[in-house]
Design a protein around this ligand. Structure first.
Ligand SMILES: Cc1ncc(C[n+]2csc(CCOP(=O)(O)OP(=O)(O)O)c2C)c(N)n1
Length: 319
């Protein structure tokens, strides 16, 4: 994986998220979204360390994870617009994007809920004799969810091939992690005997390197690993925050982190020519994705109760 590849994937997520902010503003995405802008290096660095057949679970802030794992941007966008050609036929929306064919077991609106799903999947994979690894992304807020701590315990006891990726962006909605999380993500994992590391989540290369080590550890049967990525979200917790003046972060703090924008750092490693070429290609891909999503019809209301129960065809059937 070259730095140009990593930059391209981050650029795609950034452009996608900027497009989504615009669509939310114009009322095209019902309910708004949780922006991933600023945290791209985490999804991209971690997913670049995975095989295509590895598995992930994601969060309410999931577009970046889903795209980095290989979901088609135009189908994710159509999903956000609630259209028939959406990744989940317009039924999942922003917080429930899933694509089983790409190993994406689903974004999840319930904080911490992806952890036991990933552990269960890892257990099933190991039982079936495969060496797939499951990754679960979660925020610092999820560190205080009982189910995450229970999953750390079981994953350690059963030596499951799971990588816990904690995206510590400093806040759970408006609650600062420093006032809410006793100890640290790393010390909590270590208390369960789990291999744990903390890395600069604004550097895609640092995340990629650390994640590669953790994935190798999990795949080799040595048990789970936890990777804390120190990162920051440049936007509000949810797009609705744009309507309010919330003062839980100072403008200076936001500016300090923006100066460490992972796209600037990675982009600086490319020649101007190469960076401009990648930017233009991504822009064209997103323009095509938008046209595709907007041309897709809404689901048929007569179909509303289809896919309520387990039916593989409902998820990622085309990939
Ligand atoms: C079990 C549960 N409790 C509360 C909520 C409401 N909620 C949604 S996002 C969020 C904050 C999550 O913070 P964090 O895990 O740090 O992730 P981040 O938003 O920073 O990415 C909360 C409390 C929820 N969705 N699920």
């Amino acid at each position: 994986m070259t730095i140009a590849d990593l930059y391209r994937s981050m650029r795609l997520i950034r452009g996608f998220e900027e497009l989504v902010l615009d669509l939310v503003k114009h009322g095209e995405v019902v309910g708004g979204t949780h922006s991933y802008i600023g945290q791209e290096a985490v999804a991209v660095g971690v997913c670049a360390a995975l095989r295509p057949d590895d598995l992930i679970t994601s969060t309410h802030r999931g577009h970046g994870h889903v795209l980095a794992k290989g979901a088609e941007p135009r189908r994710v966008l159509a999903e956000l617009l609630g259209r028939r050609d959406g990744l989940n036929r317009g039924r999942g929306g922003s917080m429930h994007a899933a694509d089983l064919g790409k190993g994406i077991l689903g974004a999840n609106g319930i904080v911490g809920a992806g952890a036991p799903i990933a552990a269960g999947a890892a257990w099933a994979e190991r039982r079936s004799g495969s060496d797939r690894v499951a990754v679960t992304f979660f925020g610092d807020g999820a560190l205080n969810q009982g189910v995450v701590l229970e999953t750390l315990n079981l994953a350690a006891i059963w030596r499951l091939p799971v990588l816990f990726v904690c995206e510590n962006n400093g806040y759970a909605t408006t609650l600062p992690a420093r006032t809410a999380v006793a100890g640290s993500a790393v010390s909590r994992a270590e208390a369960f005997g789990i291999h744990a590391e903390s890395v600069d989540g604004m550097s895609v290369e640092a995340v990629h390197e650390a994640a590669s080590g953790c994935v190798a550890h999990a795949r080799s049967g040595e048990g789970p690993a936890l990777l804390e990525c120190r990162t920051y979200r440049f936007e509000g917790h949810h797009t609705i925050e744009r309507r309010f003046r919330l003062s839980y972060r100072t403008p200076e703090e936001v500016e300090q982190w923006r100066a460490r924008d992972p796209l600037l750092t990675a982009g600086a490693e490319l020649s101007d020519e190469e960076r401009e070429r990648v930017d233009a290609e991504v822009e064209a891909e997103l323009a095509e994705a938008l046209a595709f999503a907007q041309a897709s019809p809404p689901p048929d209301p007569a179909d509303a109760s289809r896919y309520l129960y387990a039916d593989q065809a409902a998820f990622g059937a085309t990939s």
